[in-house]
Every structure is written in structure tokens, then in C-alpha cells.
Ligand binder design. Sequence first.
Ligand SMILES: [Zn+2]
Length: 198
Amino acid sequence: MLKRISFIFLGFFIFTCLTHQPQLNAKHSEFLESMVFPVKNIMSHFYDDWGEIRGSGKRIHEGIDIRAQKGSPIVAIADGRINTISFTESSGYYIAIDHENGWLSLYVHLNDDINGNDNLGGRDTAFADGIYLGGEVIAGQTIGYVGDSGNADGTVPHVHFEVRYMGKSYDVYDYIRSSWERFERYIKFPKKFGINLF
Ligand SMILES: [Zn+2]
């Protein structure tokens, strides 16, 4: 009997470990609620595609794709420090910002095109001036430009945007949508806002 009970407890313990996801607490909400919309373009389009199955069922999409005109400025969602500024075959040009509170934001597929010359751009077309590894950035600061580098080549220009807490990606679509609404209001009614929201 005792053995059976311990098995039940063990089973429950394993189940809890496997299914437990750290709940976002008030401190997290504070950070996410003050997030600046990552693309400075009023014609941005996005939907909740976090968790979509991509690559013919091979991978889960752990981010939100924000479509915008090629070359639109991408901005830091919050203050932080440039943690990664790099290039890989699949991600293309990308940047990660460490917000020094456990949160990391990622901006992927930055612009690698020069007008009329597909893929002939480079770090200059992808990253904004003054952005370097270890450099500090402030919320709303332009860090790079929307494009289709890496495996996004030939798709609608977009930034694959992702936020991670302690290395784990979270679906923060609701917060991104709120930041979009604040940005849209700011563009339409700028005089109502005393502070720069993007
Ligand atoms: Zn994506």
C-alpha cells in the first residue's frame, strides 16, 4: 500500500516537474507592460503566431513575426545592453538585448538588401550606427532595420521578435499587442503624450 502511495506521489511529482511553467509575476508584468513596440512603422502587421508549427512539422515557432516595410527601424523594447550582434545562415543578421533583469529580447532577419541588389547588404544595412556588442541601449532606440536575411529570404520582410526569461521563450503576444496600441495612439494623437513612447 505504502509502495503504491509513493508511486502515486512520484508520478505526481514527475508530472508537476514536466508541466510546471514559471508563472509571470507582477514584476514580470511591469517589464512586459512597459515594452515599446519593436518596429517603428505604423504599417506593421502581426498576429499571435507564437507556437505555430513550422518547417513541415519540424519546429515550433517561438516568437512573433512582425511584418513591416523593408528598412523600417527596429527599436529596443526596453533599456539594456547588446548581448549578441551576429549572423547565421538561418537567422541572418540578428541582435539580442539583455535587459539585465532576466529578460532577453531577440530581433532576427534584419535587412541584408540594398535597393535593387538582393542580399548584397551587410552589417551596414542590418544594424543601426552605434550598435555594438556590450553597448548600452535605451527603450525606443533604433538598433537595426527590418529585412529578410537568413531563411526569411524571399518572404515578406519581417522581424522575428522573441522574448526569453532565463533562457526560456514566452508567448507575450498580449503585451506586444498592447505596446502596438500605445504606439498607434502616439502616432495618431502625439500631443496627448508627454513622453516618447517608441
Ligand atoms: Zn519568426
